[in-house]
Write a protein that binds this ligand. Structure first.
Ligand SMILES: *Cc1c(COP(=O)(O)O)cnc(C)c1O
Length: 474
């Protein structure tokens, strides 16, 4: 496919500038452009076709089933986009006088109130722009807590091996030593190993729950008790809140800090590279350390927390993402929010139970919002890998699940159907998974060379990651 700059002819154009409604001012010579702008010279129809074609070369939730585990690629109601597009939200400036943006401040205060109600936290910041950014922020709160108590020895963060990969990375970024806690064979945190690891250098624990094998840790109360008893704090990675939202609350399970991914659970399309939002909630005793400013819930004044860790992003974070989250919360309400979790869990268990006779599940217990299968046996018997099956799915109009993650499962495929799919879509996907399993035995070569029906065939992914070509003509 051609680039937009390779299309068209000199002199073709499309002028859509509105008439000038301000006095014209001639620029001085030194301020004038020396060379003409290098713009594509195309007609409106060429322009429209170009971007339509680009759109057809991508795959999103509007195209088909997208069970990308740990990412929650679900359908997000368009009414939330409508709310975020209202001029009173979309066209404000963060430096406007307070009295002209009271509605926006109210959005922040209300969203904070509802998300605290959902997580069992007392206060929240919307500054972090993504989940990993939230983790980093939450860890700085924990660090500030220990530092201001003069307990500077606490420099270790415990991270179970079933945690999301960003957890150990964020702990290291925040200046902590990362201590890996192994899992038991049942996929939960090994309590004995945890007891061995805690001590007076424990700053805290980061728990991804449900963890990356899709399980709710059945010992969660014991885990948070062990860490608190050792003087550490508990951090809840709530990026995948879909599984538990409206059912249980991290704050009731002994957690002091939590981050959410509004671009997973709370209705911002995810996967296009942003903008996202990773708000961090905390208990009252950590609130003085939050990034400032925060909105006073009574007066709507912007206030600076007393011992703030400082800003982690400009102004108030990605505000329009918060507008969408609030619209989502208000439209679903107290009855609708727990339904999200119930359907997310039901759908994952439905697909799992209809595939487990063919695809071995290393953790056979009931799962939460996603499940992990291992294709190790299939690969041994047919040579067909998890990657080959993922490419085969593409030929059937299905986006592949997350592959080769978590690392503790070999030839892993991690499937998250989400709550917004209907039974027919899942049944169709189940049929495709079952057909590809048969194909692996009948014609493994067909899967080695898949996909055949997509705009581009099998890509050299190593080459693309190691030697990306990022510059046109470069
Ligand atoms: C997606 C995810 C993250 C990271 O979120 P980003 O917005 O991609 O930084 C962290 N933890 C878990 C469990 C996740 O699923």
């Amino acid at each position: 496919m051609k680039l937009i700059f390779e299309r068209g002819q000199e002199g073709r154009r499309l002028d859509l500038l509105p008439p000038c409604d301000v006095p014209e001012v001639a620029l001085e010579e030194k301020d004038r452009r020396q060379k003409p702008l290098d713009l594509p010279q195309v007609t409106e129809s060429e322009l429209s076709r170009h971007y339509t074609q680009l759109m057809q070369h991508t795959f999103g939730v509007n195209d088909g089933f997208y069970p990308l585990g740990s990412c929650t690629m679900k359908y997000n109601p368009k009414i939330n986009e409508y709310a975020a597009s209202l001029p009173g939200f979309a066209q404000v400036h963060p430096l406007q006088p307070r009295e002209t943006v009271e509605g926006c401040l109210e959005v922040l205060a209300l969203a904070e109130k509802y998300l605290c109600a959902v997580t069992g936290m007392d206060r929240m910041t919307f500054q972090p722009a993504a989940g990993a950014h939230g983790e980093f922020t939450g860890l700085l709160l924990i660090k500030q807590y220990h530092t201001l108590r003069g307990d500077e020895k606490r420099n270790e963060i415990l991270v179970p091996d079933s945690a999301h990969g960003t957890n150990p990375a964020s702990a290291a970024m925040a200046g902590f030593q990362v201590v890996n806690i192994p899992s038991s064979p049942d996929g939960c945190v090994d309590l004995e190993a945890l007891r061995q690891a805690v001590g007076d250098d424990t700053a805290g624990l980061m728990l991804t729950n449900p963890n990356t094998v899709g399980l709710f840790d059945k010992n969660i109360l014991e885990i948070t008790r062990i860490v608190h008893q050792a003087g550490g704090l508990n951090y809840y990675d709530g990026a995948n809140l879909n599984a538990v939202v409206g059912i249980v609350r991290p704050g009731d399970m002994g957690f002091d800090v939590v981050h959410l991914n509004l671009h997973k659970t709370f209705s911002t399309p995810h996967g296009g590279g942003g903008p996202g939002s990773g708000p961090v909630g905390c208990k009252d005793f950590l609130a003085p350390y939050l990034p400032g400013p925060v909105v006073d819930p009574e007066t709507l004044d912007l206030v600076q927390p007393a011992h703030s860790i400082g800003k982690v992003r400009s102004f108030y974070g990605n505000f329009l993402v918060v507008v969408k989250a609030l619209a989502y919360l208000l439209t679903l309400g107290e009855e609708g929010i727990p339904q999200v979790a119930r359907y997310a869990v039901l759908h994952a268990n439905y697909m799992k139970s209809r595939l487990e006779d063919l695809y071995p599940m290393p953790y056979p217990d009931r799962c939460m919002h996603e499940f992990v299968m291992s294709l190790e046996k299939l690969k041994k018997e047919t040579g067909v890998s998890a990657l080959d099956v993922a490419k085969g799915l593409l030929d059937n109009g299905i986006h592949p699940p997350t592959m080769y993650f978590p690392l503790i499962v070999h030839e892993a495929l991690m499937v998250e159907p989400t709550e917004t799919e209907c039974k027919e879509v899942m049944d169709q996907a189940i049929e495709v998974f079952r057909r590809l399993h048969q194909l692996a035995y009948d014609d493994p070569q067909a899967l080695h060379s898949a996909p055949a029906a997509t705009p581009v065939g099998r890509l050299d992914e190593v080459q693309a990651a190691r030697k990306p070509v990022l510059q046109y003509g470069g």
